[in-house]
Design a protein around this ligand. Structure first.
Ligand SMILES: *[C@@H]1O[C@H](CO)[C@@H](O)[C@H](O)[C@H]1NC(C)=O
Ligand SMILES: *[C@@H]1O[C@H](CO)[C@@H](O)[C@H](O)[C@H]1NC(C)=O
Length: 152
């Protein structure tokens, strides 16, 4: 009976942890211009009270199409990921790319000679309403480029 007891303790800890945050949970403000701090993310994403699993799965599939498109060098397929007027911030050196056609063209040319593997990791998806959702996904990009020194 050690396992149930251990589970009960863990559940108790988890429940207590949530209880200290409530009420109310900090809210996600999608219209704010202030960037969300990584430090605030755990408390911003409580267990959803009204999970919308169908919507969450559609979002997860859309996110999954991104590494498949990039690694498969099918940049046309990015149209299944981004809206036509999407704004993507890749930071330096690519910086902010918009609209979709620019995202496709810049990624196609900058990755032309690079073999890539993009892996999605830790992920949370929060459906906020009929028309709004928030998600965070950890992401590791591995690029195998040209011009390196061969070691024998
Ligand atoms: C969300 O952010 C906008 C823009 O900063 C602000 O006007 C609004 O009051 C915020 N909403 C909440 C619920 O904090
Ligand atoms: C893009 O991301 C960089 C790095 O996080 C940030 O410094 C910059 O302000 C962002 N640009 C826009 C337009 O959001």
């Amino acid at each position: 009976m050690l396992l149930p007891a251990l589970l009960a303790v863990l559940l108790g800890v988890a429940h207590t942890g949530l209880a200290t945050l409530a009420p109310p949970f900090p809210s996600i403000n999608l219209t704010s211009d202030t960037p969300i701090s990584p430090c605030d993310l755990p408390a911003l994403l409580p267990v959803p009270s009204h999970p919308n699993l169908a919507a969450s799965e559609l979002i997860r599939t859309t996110l999954g199409r991104y590494p498949l498109s990039i690694d498969g060098k099918n940049f046309e397929a990015l149209a299944l990921v981004f809206a036509a007027d999407a704004v993507a911030n890749y930071s330096a050196p690519l910086n902010v790319l918009t609209p979709l056609a620019t995202i496709q063209a810049v990624l196609a040319s900058s990755l032309e000679k690079v073999t890539t593997q993009h892996s999605l990791g830790t992920q949370v998806i929060e459906v906020l309403s009929e028309s709004e959702a928030f998600s965070v996904t950890y992401y590791t990009a591995t690029h195998f480029g040209m011009g390196f020194t061969r070691v024998r």
